[in-house]
Design a protein around this ligand. Structure first.
Ligand SMILES: CC(C)(COP(=O)(O)OP(=O)(O)OC[C@H]1O[C@@H](n2cnc3c(N)ncnc32)[C@H](O)[C@@H]1OP(=O)(O)O)[C@@H](O)C(=O)NCCC(=O)NCCS
Length: 162
């Protein structure tokens, strides 16, 4: 019998930057992907909280946010196409949101392409609502701003807060 597959959720490190940039390119393409310099700097930036999912030693997902006092902005979320619809983004977002809440921010915002139904459904499942349209945010499309306030006592994510 083979060994059991290992899936781990952990913080992004500067050493992950190249591989996470490749993953981002695979998920977003040339126009929207962030480069390795961005991930290298994000891993060391005090204002940022970045997490990855590693499966059998391979990084298959990444999510990150920048926190400024009570507000956090989710800047990045990508799951390798081969591992989608298995709840990876859900767990990663739970980890990220719990970390954001621990750092004292309660209001979370993000931008999403209106054509990105998968992401919009995912965020709606977390209680995010569309609050605004930002014109020409992307090269070829407007953005929807989605937001949610996480108030004290809402322990919706306790189960995954290992
Ligand atoms: C959006 C994305 C992160 C979702 O990752 P994932 O690991 O497949 O998501 P999960 O398995 O945790 O899905 C959770 C829920 O999100 C919604 N969802 C996810 N993918 C969906 C799809 N293709 N169509 C419709 N709803 C979808 C569903 O409600 C799903 O719950 P269900 O599987 O019980 O129906 C992934 O598709 C991705 O990396 N896309 C490209 C990058 C991107 O768009 N990032 C977000 C930028 S704002």
């Amino acid at each position: 019998m083979g060994e059991k597959a290992r899936t781990e959720f952990r913080k992004l490190t500067p050493d992950d930057a190249e591989i996470v940039a490749e993953l981002d390119f695979k998920c977003f393409g040339a126009n929207d992907a962030c480069n390795s310099k961005y991930f290298f700097k994000s891993a060391q930036d005090e204002r940022k909280e970045f997490w990855v999912c590693e499966h059998d030693g391979k990084i298959i997902a990444c999510a990150g946010a920048e926190i400024n006092s009570d507000t956090a902005e989710i800047e990045s979320l990508a799951v390798d196409p081969e591992y989608r619809r298995q709840g990876i983004a859900t767990i990663l977002l739970i980890k990220l949101i719990n970390a954001i809440k621990k750092r004292g921010a309660t209001f979370i915002i993000l931008e999403v392409r209106p054509s990105n139904k998968a992401a919009i459904e995912l965020y709606k499942g977390f209680g995010f609502q569309i609050v605004e349209r930002e014109k020409d945010y992307y090269l070829d499309e407007d953005a929807w701003i989605m937001a949610r306030e996480f108030l004290d006592g809402q322990d919706y994510f306790q189960t995954y807060d290992a």
